[in-house]
Every structure is written in structure tokens, then in C-alpha cells.
Design a protein around this ligand. Sequence first.
Ligand SMILES: Nc1ncnc2c1ncn2[C@@H]1O[C@H](COP(=O)(O)OP(=O)(O)OP(=O)(O)O)[C@@H](O)[C@H]1O
Ligand SMILES: [Mg+2]
Length: 477
Amino acid sequence: MAKDKDKVKVLVIDDDPKVAWILSEGLSSAFEFVTARDGVEGIQMVSTEKPMLVLLDIKMPGMSGLEVLEKLNKQNGRPEVIMISGHGDTKYVVESMRLGAAEFIDKPFDVREVEIHLNGVLERVKLRDQVSELKKELQVHNDFTSFIGDSEPMVRVKGIIEQVADSELSVLIRGESGTGKEIAARSLHQLSGRRDQPFVKVNCAAIPRDLLESELFGYEKGAFTGAHKTKQGRFELANKGTIFLDEIGDMPMELQSKLLQVLEQQEFVRVGGIQNIRVDVRIICATNRNLEQAINGQQFRDDLFYRLNEITLLLPPLRDRTDDIALLAEHFRRKYNQLYNKDYPSLSEDTLGQLTGFRWPGNVRQLENMVKQVVVRSDEQLIGELINSASNQLIGHGIGSSPMASAAPVEAAVESNSNDYSLKSLIGKTVAQEEKRLIAEVLTKTNWNRRKAAELLQISYRSLLYKIKDYSLNTTK
Ligand SMILES: Nc1ncnc2c1ncn2[C@@H]1O[C@H](COP(=O)(O)OP(=O)(O)OP(=O)(O)O)[C@@H](O)[C@H]1O
Ligand SMILES: [Mg+2]
């Protein structure tokens, strides 16, 4: 038998006490019945008892069931109402339904029949709640006005997004993990003429190598064991829209050639197929790998790099745009209040000060997680604890003399043997140099424990291995 608190509370509004008594006798294992003897008491008990369902008699002395229903309709978020009538009078059915009653039961009733009705309505309530939760989540995800930041570097990034969104130029988005590369890609799509067409994301690092080709380009029936029917690839699914190739640096060389061909010709053949398929797809890529290094190390095709990189969008690390921190924290506070039906108040000046002073190795994602925990657990003290433990982890490994301070100054000179004097390329190289220095430092401190180092650097183990290779970091261990 369910415990009282797990039972579904049902309010019976009926002048005949036998009704509630019969139901309690027959259905008490899953339901808890409370009773009101007339409409006035019933309306009051809807507020005080907060029942999940109401069983409402139509014919009562004083206020009729239909009048009660009309009054309940004026309240915010009333429970579902099932009408009962002792007269089998069908003329009330239509009126009850018009007023939004969920079901209609005739007296005398069979208890099992009532049980079926109650469970049916409950199922519908549950479904409706799930749908509204999903809608809420979707709204949070799709809210592109929520690409937050009005610091100087972010204003520049947003300016570029606005300028190039509605062009066909391929955009390569770069930046450390958690800086907002995906959200930038989605903004580019939303601001383009393709916004009503699909946005298809492919994470090249998450799909096993041998599946990536058929995932991207689809396959014909019988192309390989298990290919029972023809399947469209993501490029076809993205037709007329945008494809977002995330972690493009992790794409195997063999596939890079095919991708380049597709980009040049706008057509391809499914795996195991012969027919050319034409698509019209805008391409956006992202990576936190150093692709120039990967090109030097023969892991990335330079011709593909130039084709993908018609425009570079470099997302600055959060420590370089501290002006955005309070704004982002406030945005995430609202987001999680809404998502979890909370009402957590604005963060104090003190807490904001702590947030602004932190170095944020995991960038915006790390800030988002912190604020989410504060809202979910309704405890602002957590910020201090979380920041301290993150700082101690870094100090424990002797990384950065003061993790609470902003980023260490970047070494000035950048080795350059090219004639490329652009500021953009300087920034790219400087970031790379700083990244290399930090990774080397973490690896030394963790005694080349790569898993531990990846954890501290807040990047995936696989990304770390690539970076070690890209930067030619050597170990004797
Ligand atoms: N400017 C921003 N405004 C609002 N939310 C942001 C912003 N930047 C990042 N976020 C949020 O931070 C989280 C991480 O962002 P995103 O996934 O876009 O980062 P990323 O650069 O793709 O990271 P990774 O390299 O690890 O894939 C997401 O939940 C995203 O919504
Ligand atoms: Mg991402």
C-alpha cells in the first residue's frame, strides 16, 4: 500500500456523504479522499488542500456543480475536475465539457470504473506537465538573445557574428573549452536567412572514426553488415540549413579529403552508393585544438583549413572579459530559477567580487555550473567553497602563482617565421603559446598523469593527448 504522502489527493464535492465513503473504502490504497459537502466549502478546500483531482457533483443544494466549476476556472492553475451526476442527465455533459471538465461519471457508479477514470485523467495531467517542462527547457535553449556579454571583446565578437551571419562564408569558431563556441554557432544560424531550416550539429570527436563517414554522408542499404536500409546522413538532413561540425580538429585525415570535395562541389555519394546527391548547406566549424600545429604535424589538411576558415571567430577566455561575469551570473541565476521553479535572489556584491577575481579555467561553462548549484541548493556560501576548492586544486599542483589573480601575462615574443603581421594571427599564436606553457606546467606538476592533468585543465582526456602531440610536448615517463 502506498504511503499517505505518495497517494494522490482527491477532493470529493458532493452533498451525499456516501459517495466519498464508498470511494475511500474501495480505492484507499492509491488515493486519499477529502470531502466537502457543498460548493462553497469545496472551492475553499481546493485552495487549502491542494488536491490533484476534484470529483464534483452536479446537483447540489446551493451552488450547483457547474457554478463551482465556473468559479474554479477563474483561479490560476486549478486541478482537473471530473463531474458526477446522479440523474444521468446528458444535457449537462456538453456544458461541463465546455467549462473544461476532464471526464463525466454517472451515479450510481462502479468503484473500478471511477478508478479507471481517475487514472486516465492523472496520465493526461502527467503528460501535460512533461510537455510544459520540455517547452520550458526548449525555450531556455532556444533563447538566442541570451548570448550574453557586453565587454569590449564580446561586443567585437557579436559585431563579426552580425556581419557574417547572413553570408555563405564558412566560419571557424575557436576558443578554449566552455567559451561559448556552440552558442556562437547557433547565433550565426539564427541570424542567417537559413534560420527556419535545420541546424544540424555533429560532434566529430564523439562519433567513432569508422562511423563518422556514414553519419555525415549516410549509407545505402547493404553498404556494410548491419546496413539494413538506406539512411540519410547529417549533410542531407541539414539541406538548406546549417551544419555545425564541432571539434573539427578531431576529424580523421581520410574523411577530411571527402569533406573538402563536398565543400567544393556541393555534392557527394552515400557510403556504398553511386548516385550523386546535391545539398545546399552552410558550414560552421569549431575547435579548441591548434589547427596550425595539426597542419604542421600532418594531422590536418591545409587546403581544408583554408576552405573552412573563410572567417575566424575567436572567443576570448572568460578571464579576459571579467566585465561580463556579473552579467552572466545574473543570466544563469534567472535561467535556473525558471528551469527549477525557484526564486533565488540576486547574488551579493561580495559573491560577485569573488566571481570576478577567479581565473575560470573552465570559462563560462564553469561559471554556469557554479551558479546552477547555488540556485538548486539555495546556498550562496557554496561559491566561496567551490572557488576555494578549485583554487586549492591549482595551487596544490603549483600552477599559476595566484589562481585568484587574472591570467598570467603572456610572454611577449611570438616565434614567427612568416610574413603574417595580422593581429588575428598574433592573437592565435599568443593564445597557443600560453596554452602550451600551461599544459606543460600542469603535466610536470601532475608527474605526467594525463588523466589528472586533463581534469585540472578542464578539457577531455582525448583533447589533452592531441594537444600534447600538437605542441610536441615530450616526456620520458
Ligand atoms: N556568452 C554566453 N552567454 C550565455 N551563455 C553562455 C555564453 N557562453 C557560454 N555560455 C553557456 O556556457 C556553456 C558552454 O558553452 P558552449 O557549449 O557554447 O562552449 P564551447 O566553447 O562549445 O565548449 P567546448 O569547447 O567544451 O565544447 C553552455 O551552457 C552555454 O549556453
Ligand atoms: Mg562545444
